[in-house]
Design a protein around this ligand. Structure first.
Ligand SMILES: [Fe+2]
Length: 354
């Protein structure tokens, strides 16, 4: 399997220079993800009733939802579609100047892009595609969120009071996408949008191509994950993650979701990369959602990417658990690896990835 995979090489003469991060910040944060779902109402109810999010608007664009602690107006948009997928990922620029600079640079570079009109939560946005085929939008201006009566917090630093409903996720955390060439995409986000390249894992010591990499525009270990997708489907997404304040909250989330009849796909557990506590479940259309907490904060402007192998605990900090094969599924596209007969294989198993 490994021999048939081609992509950007991490072990090259220019390696050291290529891996030096930039200290400039262009993207301030992950703002939102737009999901399509064949089961719009069920998906909406999952995010509202079980994850504890709040519906803030319904327009032709879809159903806009926010977590109680989101600083921006919304963090999730649901629209009805034939298959579960993330159709667009939204980022907030670090300044109005950064937004203009990025739009001009991507346009001048021939990478295209176009301006989108304001919506209920943000001003105009510049839409573009990254090399893995993913659609993104970046914006600066906000439409401020004002909580309606009954949802206003007594604390002046909160946009909305704590809503103790279901899992009660606090805010969006990160999104992980799938691509045919992980390192190419890592370099693209680093070189075009000034993300830092934080950590990556190889399937084993003989591999030169990252299986998974984390890039960040913030102090987080990642707000964008990039995973190898061998399905041939462009623009696929692996999961969207929402944050909880405490690691024990993830255990409570598992309890709440199990009692509601939601199967736990993987976790609760802890990743070595980023040192975060995780729990993966599927929302009603089958799209994967991660409940996430813990981890380190990293402010190093000259950070050098950390290399992992699974045996070191990149995926499973405790080094004793193999992820299920279902974790290879991306949206759209299904399983991301196949053996010579076309049957799905689990590279976690094959490589003892833990
Ligand atoms: Fe994740």
């Amino acid at each position: 399997m490994e021999a048939s995979i081609t992509g950007s090489q991490i072990d090259s003469k220019t390696n050291e220079q290529e891996l030096i991060n930039m200290s400039r910040r262009t993207v301030s944060q992950l703002a939102h993800v737009e999901l399509t779902t064949p089961r719009l109402q069920e998906s909406r109810d999952f995010f509202v009733d079980l994850l504890g999010m709040t519906e803030v608007a319904q327009t032709d664009e879809g159903i806009f939802l926010r977590a109680w602690g989101d600083f921006l107006h919304y963090s999730l948009v649901l629209t009805e579609g034939e298959q579960a997928e993330a159709r667009r990922i939204g980022w907030r620029a670090d300044s109005a100047e950064d937004l203009e600079r990025i739009a001009e640079a991507l346009t001048a570079d021939g990478q295209g892009g176009e301006w989108r009109d304001p919506n209920p939560g943000r001003g105009r946005a510049f839409e573009f595609k990254s090399p893995g085929g993913h659609s993104h939008e970046i914006f600066w201006d906000l439409q401020p969120f004002t909580a309606p009566d009954g949802q206003q917090s007594t604390y002046p630093n909160r946009r909305q009071k704590f809503a103790p409903r279901g899992v009660a996720v606090r805010q969006i955390d990160h999104v992980t996408v799938g691509t045919d060439d992980v390192l190419r995409d890592v370099h693209w986000f680093r070189d075009n949008l000034d993300f830092r390249f934080m950590e990556y894992t190889l399937l084993d010591d003989s591999s030169e191509l990252p299986f998974f990499a984390m890039v960040s525009s913030t102090e987080q270990a990642h707000n964008l994950g990039i995973a190898r997708n061998a399905s041939g489907v462009s623009g696929a997404t692996h999961h969207v993650a929402f944050w909880l304040d405490q690691e024990v909250d993830v255990l409570r989330a598992a309890d709440i979701l199990l009692e509601a009849g939601v199967e736990l796909e993987y976790g609760p557990g802890r990743h070595g990369m980023g040192e975060n506590t995780y729990l993966y479940v599927r929302e009603p259309s089958g799209f994967r959602i991660e409940i996430f907490s813990g981890g380190y904060r990293n402010y190093m402007p000259d950070w050098e990417p950390v290399r992992w192998t699974p045996e070191q605990g990149s995926n499973d900090y405790y080094r004793n658990r193999v992820a299920p094969a279902s974790m290879m599924e991306m949206f759209p596209g299904g399983r991301t690896s196949a053996d010579q007969d076309g049957d799905a294989v689990n590279p976690f198993e094959a490589s003892a990835m833990r």
